[in-house]
Design a binder for this molecule. Structure first.
Ligand code: GDG
Length: 451
């Protein structure tokens, strides 16, 4: 097969050096493989033309298309981030249904399908990313596109009971079944996709109850996304010395790094940290929780609400526990430079990665890669992060159980060096082995039909 690799995601990098998990991963993949990366232009225009525009060419080509202000509202802020995102993160209570949201979502996908139908040849490989474009393969097949089309879902696949809150629940079955490869992050996600197709004519199950085919394509498969662990480890080593030792006033450093999003469990995390403060024994080190939380999707109400709640919670805990020379929670509501971030990871004694729902969570992997193997920090990891399937040597917690989280903080701060080293060695081995190029190659060989 000699066609091009065509990658589609909502956001594509507009700067030379991309940042952020998905964007960095796909940039590395396309730099190696070559091909075309297509996404939205990022600036809504009144009358979007149904045309792909090339914005850069190098190791690979970048192309964009426009959406209108009302599509930004209905497709992006609406259906993608106020319907699918909360629903897929087990927050059906936050789903905001409006008919114009679904209309805009389908209109943007249909316009993109028209453009791709003209652009893609039969030998090309189309790789579609994330919940913004679930209907694309179905729309492309309706337009006669015959090339192989794969999808990768970066966020969790929902349970059947939650999917029923979606007016398009039946359409979702058709959308998913139209892909040649439907890729998800974890085995748990594969199980939930299969549950969605029980008794559905699209799916064929074997006698043991495993799905063997979905429509004409393969059964859904899991491809846990990784990071460029080697590069990140060396970044952390280089920038460790940049981090001022005054950072925690001589106390132990506990770190959290998350987009400010309700799925990341930040309020529960602060309450879990407060449980450690409440129960702290006199000889347990004093620790400061440094929470880096750059804001995201601030035009969506639920994101404004979580920010207010988090700031109130931090204020209450600090009011109760601060001393003249110690503020237990430091909270930074802006992005930190990636080099500095790598150095802070390495400097941290403990990382709290405690989402209530998360497709994978790259922060957990970055923290592991950044550690000094001689004196590594401890990873506290939620059962509900996709990374929990791979990083089984972390201290696992139920993020809703604040007493358990508090006890894990205490255990992490007092863990003997030999146990820290053993746990870290096992985690590091996984993060290095199942890295970003392993992920890319696994997915692409499935999409090419060779595995
Ligand atoms: C989605 C899924 C899945 C964060 N703060 C700063 C900063 N970051 C970087 C981290 C990391 C990335 O952003 C966050 O990645 P996550 O995986 O943790 O989370 P999502 O953004 O929700 O990503 C997730 C992922 O897609 C990939 O498939 O793992 O489950 O939700 O790389 O380092 N980077 C900088 N400054 C910050 O302040 N420079």
């Amino acid at each position: 097969m000699s066609g091009r690799l065509i990658v589609v995601s909502n956001r594509i990098p507009t700067e030379a050096q991309p940042s952020g998990g998905l964007v960095v991963a796909l940039h590395d993949c396309l730099t190696t493989e070559g091909g075309v990366w297509i996404g939205t232009s990022g600036t809504p225009v009144e009358k979007p033309e149904p045309k792909l525009r090339e914005i850069a060419r190098g190791d690979y080509t970048r192309m964009v298309f426009d959406i209108s202000p009302s599509e930004q509202e209905g497709y992006y802020l609406g259906y993608a981030n106020s319907v699918l995102w909360p629903l897929f993160h087990r927050r059906a209570d936050l789903v905001h249904l409006r008919p114009d949201y679904a209309d805009n979502y389908l209109a943007v996908n249909a316009r993109l399908a028209d453009m791709l139908a003209e652009f893609a040849g039969p030998d090309d490989l189309l790789w579609i990313h994330d919940y913004h474009f679930l209907p694309l393969a179905k729309l492309l097949r309706d337009r006669g596109v015959s090339c192989r089309i794969g999808f990768f879902l970066h966020i969790p696949f929902p349970v059947v009971a939650d999917i029923l809150a979606l007016p398009q629940a039946n359409d979702l079955k058709d959308w998913v079944a139209a892909y040649d490869v439907f890729g998800v992050q974890t085995k748990g996600d594969v199980g939930r996709v299969m549950a969605h197709y029980r008794d559905d004519p699209h799916a064929i199950f074997d006698t043991q109850g495993h799905m063997v085919a979905l429509n004409n394509g393969a059964a859904p498969r899991h491809f846990p996304i990784g990071i460029d662990a080697r590069e990140f480890a060396s970044l952390a080593q280089t920038h460790e010395a940049d981090i001022s030792l005054a950072l925690t006033l001589g106390q132990k450093l506990v770190l959290g790094v998350d987009r400010l999003d309700y799925s990341k469990g930040l309020v529960h995390r602060f309450e879990g940290f407060a449980a450690y403060l409440d129960a702290r024994k006199p000889d347990t080190p004093k620790a400061t929780l440094l929470q880096i939380a750059p804001p995201s999707r601030e035009d969506v109400d639920a994101y404004r609400d979580i920010r207010t709640e988090l700031e109130q919670t931090a204020g209450t805990i600090n009011g109760a526990h601060s001393e003249l020379d110690w503020t237990p929670i430091r909270y930074i509501r802006r992005a930190v430079d990636r080099d500095m971030l790598a150095g802070v990871y390495r400097r941290a004694d403990v990382a709290m990665v405690t989402p209530l729902a998360d497709g994978m969570n790259l922060v957990a992997k970055e923290f592991v890669a950044a550690q000094n193997p001689e004196n590594p920090g401890v990873l506290i990891l939620s059962h509900f992060a996709g990374a929990a399937e791979q990083l089984t040597d972390a201290l696992m917690v139920n993020p809703y159980d604040t007493a358990e989280v508090g006890a894990a903080v205490e255990q992490a701060l007092t863990m003997p060096r030999s146990e820290r080293q053993d746990r870290h060695a096992a985690l590091f081995d996984n993060v290095m082995r199942e890295d970003i190029s392993w992920w890319t190659q696994s997915y692409l060989s499935a999409l090419r039909g060779t595995s």
